[in-house]
Design a protein around this ligand. Structure first.
Ligand SMILES: Nc1nc2c(c(=O)[nH]1)N[C@H]1C(S)=C(S)[C@@H](COP(=O)(O)O)O[C@H]1N2
Ligand SMILES: [Mo]
Length: 432
């Protein structure tokens, strides 16, 4: 059989699958890219006799590093899962002050809606209802024209960033350090929109809804629906965004509208946003209850089985920093001064200092810390280190917030699902 025939056969196999897949339309290429496993054979270029046995969520080893194939335009991300799509960014690729699309982590709980893949915002509306005096239904043009437009750099960080370091391990995506980024977002203040709707005194919490599709394919089932206390929603920094880095929000990041609620786990920053339901109680939507994005109310010993009734919703994210230059494992000359730099951020937007150690935490040097571009933007820190003689070193970075709380050297507060790990970031450096 000639190569052409084989290609044609593969092609028709893919087409059959695409055509039998609800919602996946003529855009075969995007289908392949976003739901890669279904067409795994086509991607590896040969048949996969046991394909149907591959457990859902498993990334074929042959494709594990091919994040670019599943996520058009992403560069150098590490794929953790492809259904749903989850990928993190190695620390040294997060050196930019404003995280570009290419290097922003992806965390999906469900499937990206077809409208986002098509960049089709036709007829999109955002509903504000519940405990408000004037429920609103706003088009994207209404948002743009009726409220002050704002642009700010806001950190988003997954609540489970750092999960991989918990012992005993916690189930979920094994994020190491790269489920964080700081793009520039443009939109309107969530507070302005809520004020226009007239928040009633009975309002306690928000509940967020979006258009992504549950992995089961059931359109009735919510992928995720989280919320924040109304006081947080009314702070001036949270925005309803339609642009990221000056462009329409890319499909993977929530086209055409998303919330950005800085300082909270990014799960509150709802993508593909269609509705904000103002509640008279703590929101109880999908992934708000049970063990999702919840921590034990009191510290527990690692491995403790915590009853659900003792879990509380995760809120403000802890102070944290990353070393983004040099890349871990870099070599330098002994005795020569080398720049080390990174970013620091805090859930209350208040980083006070960053310190760096080259001797496993015995001594610390204060780094230069730049002010943030705006509240909740990450802050650049930099310093110089000199590795005294040849050998193996580690650079450790430790941020402290204005309340005097610092990053711990080891994993803090073990919890069943591995949230909130703000341990110090460490890189290896070799002096020759
Ligand atoms: N609609 C919707 N919004 C969502 C999610 C989702 O699965 N669906 N995931 C949340 C989680 S858990 C995170 S960490 C961030 C990830 O944002 P990003 O993919 O743009 O980096 O989006 C949040 N918003
Ligand atoms: Mo997340």
């Amino acid at each position: 059989m000639s190569g052409m025939d084989e290609d044609a056969r593969t092609g028709s196999r893919i087409r059959n699958r695409v055509e039998s897949n609800e919602g996946a339309r003529e855009d075969r290429r995007d289908f392949l890219r976003y739901t890669g496993l279904t067409a795994f054979g086509a991607l590896v270029g040969m048949t996969v006799p046991f394909e149907r046995n591959l457990p859902s969520g498993f990334v074929p080893v042959a494709l594990a590093q091919d994040a670019e194939q599943l996520m058009p335009g992403k560069q150098g991300l590490k794929l953790l899962n492809d259904r749903p799509l989850n990928a993190e960014t190695p620390a040294h690729l997060l050196d930019d002050e404003i995280t570009p699309y290419e290097r922003l982590f992806v965390r999906a709980n469900g499937l990206v809606p077809q409208s986002a893949l098509d960049q089709d915002a036709e007829g999109w509306t955002l509903t504000i209802d519940g405990e408000v005096k004037n429920p609103l239904e706003l088009s994207i043009d209404d948002l743009k024209s009726q409220f002050e437009n704002v642009t700010s750099r806001l950190v988003i960080e997954c609540g489970g960033n750092g999960r991989a370091f918990f012992q005993p391990g916690a189930s979920g995506n094994q994020w190491t350090v790269g489920a964080v980024g700081c793009p520039e977002w443009t939109g309107v203040r969530l507070a302005d929109v809520l004020k226009k709707a007239g928040v009633k005194d009975s309002a306690v919490y928000t509940g967020h809804y979006g258009k992504d599709v549950h992995l089961s394919g059931n359109p009735e089932e919510d992928v995720i629906s989280r919320g924040v206390p109304i006081e947080k929603a009314l702070e001036p920094d949270a925005i309803i965004a339609w642009a990221m880095n000056g462009e329409p929000i890319p499909a993977l990041h929530g086209f055409p509208l998303r919330l950005i609620i800085p300082g909270y786990p990014a799960s509150a920053s709802h993508k593909f946003l269609t509705r904000i339901w103002v509640r008279d109680r703590e929101h109880d939507g999908a992934k708000m209850t049970g063990y999702s994005y919840r921590m034990p109310a009191r510290p527990v010993a690692p491995g403790t089985e915590v009853p659900e009734s003792e879990m509380v919703v995760m809120t403000t994210m802890p102070v944290k920093s990353l070393i983004t230059f040099p890349e871990t494992g870099s070599s330098v000359s002994a005795g020569q001064s080398t720049e080390v730099r990174g970013h620091a951020w805090d859930g209350k937007g208040d980083v006070a200092s960053v310190h760096v150690s080259i001797d496993f935490g015995q001594t610390w040097t204060e780094a230069e810390l730049e002010p943030p571009a705006n509240k909740f933007a990450w802050q650049r820190w930099r310093t110089h280190v000199t590795l005294p003689e040849s050998g193996y070193y580690e650079v450790w970075a430790r941020a402290t917030n204005s309340e005097g709380v610092s990053q711990p050297p080891v994993v803090p507060g073990w919890n069943p699902r591995g949230y909130g790990n703000n341990m110090q970031h460490r890189i290896a450096m070799i002096a020759t």
